[in-house]
Write a protein that binds this ligand. Sequence first.
Ligand code: CP
Length: 308
Amino acid sequence: MTVDNGQVKLPHVVSMEELTTEEVMGLIQRGLAFKNGQAQPNAVSHLVAANLFFEDSTRTHKSFEMAEIKLGMERIDFNASTSSVNKGETLYDTILTMSALGVEVCVIRHPAVDYYRELIDSPTIKPAIVNGGDGSGQHPSQSLLDLMTIYEEFGSFTGLKVLIAGDLRHSRVARSNMDILHRLGAQLFFSGPKEWYDPAFDVYGRFVDLDQVIEELDVLMLLRVQHERHDGATSFSKEAYHQTFGLTENRYKLLKPGAIIMHPAPVNRGVEIADQLVEAEKSRITAQMENGVYVRMAILEAVLADRA
Ligand code: CP
């Protein structure tokens, strides 16, 4: 099921590549309507969510909680470090337990790429699965809040020049955004250390030196350097990375008047972006966090539409 009378209905939200552009635009419009006070949530307040985070998170975890609060839903807490995961319980068995308890939606972050596949393919697991990030795989709710932020700014994606900069190979944010931005008509560029680039991304855009295109960009999307996925020391000092690949104050001055800066956060201040630019006039980093609550309301509503 896709979009019915403007209501997006989805069994699960696990990967941007599994959403049509119609579904994506429906979720963005719904998120904007929630934000602008033009929509009231459908009746999901009797339904129960479990937020299961097996990797650290501030924004995604708390933003889903806030979305659930705004939808009036009930939530059960889950803390992996005090759960039976410590006794060897598998992810499948944790979610099977949530299913048996009567939970209707599980929001899950887990380090294993594609962890969700066995859950959504299982005939016995009943809750809707919402992927809050799977290793270096996908991060669909981050992508949708990024798209909502761009759409809110420009009203369209067609022809926008978007550069995704930094730790591309390890980034589920980049992986989630590149295909959908390409499908929506944006012109994509990539930059950063060449060894963190995957030639498979060539189908979506062109690898460039940031300084070659910075004056043309509409959106500069910076990525966090993911030290935890680098298997040891990164090859750059913070200062060397910042000067070569990051948004310095000098580069900021080259951005055109209507351009915006984005970053999924957490930010490594002074690495991807100069400390004092995090809240600069062109920065939409806090707007991204704010929009995350509304687009996650839309996601939860979509996966619960047939359960309400
Ligand atoms: N952007 C993002 O996913 O942040 P968290 O890791 O804090 O959830």
